[in-house]
Design a protein. Structure first.
Length: 618
């Protein structure tokens, strides 16, 4: 009912262009449905009997009646008093917005009242949510047993002693008497509204709530301007420095005074581990020393590939495969962005800036190294132990990583792909803002110029050799993506990995055939929206089946070439993950690769930096 009240206020503000109760008059004739929804929600908020608000208020009063001590008595008196004031405020709201209402008390200047004839009728989609919430509150007030299982489960989770308690429409006893007493007090407040308002006007109020609010907001704005002027300087290195220092210093203080370096630490268990460490250190030094951006990106990508090799050494092929694919896609995205940047890094001429960057790097590196050592010690039991034990019996899969993502913690995965979907929409919005205007954009309606073909990917020159090779490898890559999707529950793979493989195949096709239009299904809205809809549908389908969320079981089927495949809720959910990941990669790669983005000063119209003169360090 509170949500309905907020919606009603928004509807009235949108329709009448004001929320001033002294200016609103007789809107119940212009907005009868909204007035009815506000009345039902207000009755529930005022805790009138046979409303859901009354059921909740009785539960709260009954809980305090069973309490002991002075605190319970004080809370009970406060609850009754606040309930009375809430009921009076609800009546004042409905009276001021939907009736002619009493005139304002003396001393209050009111602008011209709003003519109800000028209030426009809101759309059905705007009113429907408020009406549905009001109707739900009315039904639950008469039949609270509909929501009792949900409330009881939450109450038992907090306090097992609440087991067996049920919601009632009306309970004859002290709780009912106190609820009715609150309504009587509310009636008294309503009857004495004008004298109370007149008394408020006569009182000296050097500091009102409105004044405090305005002063607080003004102070916050001044402080925000001062802080933003320092931290929002437009410098990306400064932004990264603040983030990294905060992420390193805040948790790094926990390492001070603690034994985060195990006494029995082993530096390396095999020559492969030692070799990977040497390779990572060498690549890190290379990233710092090279002057060309392209070389730095390639070396940075090599760090990710070396980490993938370390995953293989620890018998984690699923993580290694994901690492290799993510690193590949990131390198490709970096290369697309490098087209709009100068070939070389800026030469740092300010020694203090260079010292600051070195200091931040050292602090972050030491903190991360310390946390890795502290977290690598032996633990008696970890949450992953239970997940590994449940992967086979409960999840029906041998790939523990995929079972965790699509079964045990599928709800977390659903939230994560929702964030990924929002990121894809953000990429589309940003690339649309950077897209240059086409001829005919300002043409009158009906005379628009025909839609231009999409620009070539990377402005690449077609190559017959590469084209022939990709025509053979592209179907193989897509079949591999399908195989990884279907077999991910029992073998390395899954929807995330399959989406990255399919995205890599699309990039190969775009580079080999730069003038070819995108495939029919190569649409971000179709992939991201459809994938998210599939994942949410799997979660919702478990409700009518009476099972846990995202638990729909599985059946086995034999598919030619692919072999035996388990088809069930986890696979369908993984299909949604695959579509969202693929759609996001398509948005990123095609948004950066197919659009002719306007370059910064000193670049060509296609966004590619012209050749730079050779720079030397001082």
């Amino acid at each position: 009912y509170k949500a309905c009240g907020f919606m009603v206020v928004g509807i009235v503000d949108h329709a009448a262009h004001t929320r001033d109760l002294y200016r609103l008059r007789g809107l119940r004739h212009r907005l009868p449905v909204v007035a009815g929804a506000a009345a039902v929600a207000g009755a529930s908020m005022a805790a009138i009997p046979l409303t859901f608000g009354f059921v909740g208020k009785e539960v709260a009063i009954e809980a305090l009646l069973h309490g002991s001590g002075t605190a319970a008595v004080v809370l009970l008196v406060a609850l009754v008093a606040f309930s009375a004031m809430t009921a009076a405020a609800v009546w004042r709201f409905w009276q001021g917005a939907f009736t002619d209402g009493p005139p304002p008390p003396p001393g209050i200047e009111v602008r011209e009242p709003v003519d109800p004839a000028t209030v426009h009728t809101p759309a059905l989609a705007t009113v429907a949510p408020a009406v549905l919430l009001a109707a739900a509150g009315a039904v639950l007030g008469v039949v609270p047993a509909l929501i009792d299982p949900l409330v009881s489960a939450a109450a038992v989770a907090v306090d097992p002693a609440a087991a067996g308690y049920a919601l009632h429409v009306i309970t004859f006893g002290p709780a009912l008497a106190l609820s009715l007493a609150a309504l009587v007090l509310a009636g008294g407040l309503v009857a004495a509204a004008r004298p109370i308002a007149a008394l408020q006007q006569r009182l000296v109020r050097p500091w009102t709530a409105a004044t405090a609010f305005r002063s607080t907001v003004a102070g916050l704005l001044l402080a925000a301007n001062a802080v933003v002027g320092v931290v929002q300087s437009g410098s990306l290195p400064q932004y990264l420095g603040v983030i990294l220092v905060t992420a390193a210093v805040a948790p790094g203080l926990l390492l001070i005074g603690s034994s985060w370096f195990p006494a029995d630490a082993v530096w390396a268990e095999s020559p492969l581990q030692l070799a990977t460490v040497v390779a990572v250190v060498a690549c890190a030094l290379g990233v710092v020393l090279v002057r060309r951006r392209f070389a730095a990106v390639m070396i940075l990508g090599a760090v990710g590939y070396v980490v993938g090799v370390l995953f293989i050494a620890y018998d984690a092929p699923d993580l290694a495969l994901t690492q290799f694919l993510v690193e590949t896609v990131i390198v490709v995205a970096f290369v697309l962005v490098l087209r709009r940047l100068p070939d070389r890094f800026d030469i740092v001429r300010w020694r203090m800036r260079e010292a600051w960057q070195i200091g931040v790097s050292v602090i972050v590196g030491v903190t991360v190294f310390g946390f890795l050592l502290a977290s690598g010690g032996p633990a008696p039991q970890t949450p992953t132990d239970a997940m590994v034990a449940r992967a086979g019996p409960d999840g029906g899969g041998a790939n523990v990583v995929n079972v965790i993502l699509t079964d045990i913690r599928a709800l977390d995965t659903l939230g994560e792909i929702t964030v990924v979907a929002v990121a894809a929409l953000g990429v589309l919005a940003l690339t649309a803002l950077l897209r240059p205007r086409r001829d005919g954009d300002d043409a009158p309606t009906g005379t628009e110029a025909p839609a231009a073909a999409p620009p070539p990917f990377l402005d690449a020159v077609p190559s017959s050799v590469l084209d022939a090779a990709v025509r053979v490898t592209f179907p193989i890559v897509m079949v591999l993506a399908l195989f990884l999707l279907l077999s991910g529950h029992d073998a390395p793979g899954g929807g995330f990995v399959a989406g990255l493989v399919a995205a890599a195949g699309l990039v190969l096709r775009a580079v080999a055939q730069p003038d070819a239009p995108p495939l029919r299904w190569e649409r971000v809205d179709l992939l991201v929206g459809g994938g998210l809809l599939v994942a949410v549908g799997v979660a919702a389908a478990s409700w009518p089946l009476g099972t846990d969320v995202l638990d729909m079981g599985a059946v086995s089927a034999t598919i030619p070439i692919l072999g035996t495949v388990k088809i069930g809720g986890a696979l369908v959910f993984d299909l949604g993950v695959f579509a969202v990941v693929l759609g996001t990669m398509v948005a990123i790669l095609h948004g950066l690769g197919r659009r002719r983005l306007p370059g910064p000063p000193g670049t060509t119209p296609t966004g590619t930096a012209p050749p730079l003169r050779k720079e030397t360090s001082p």
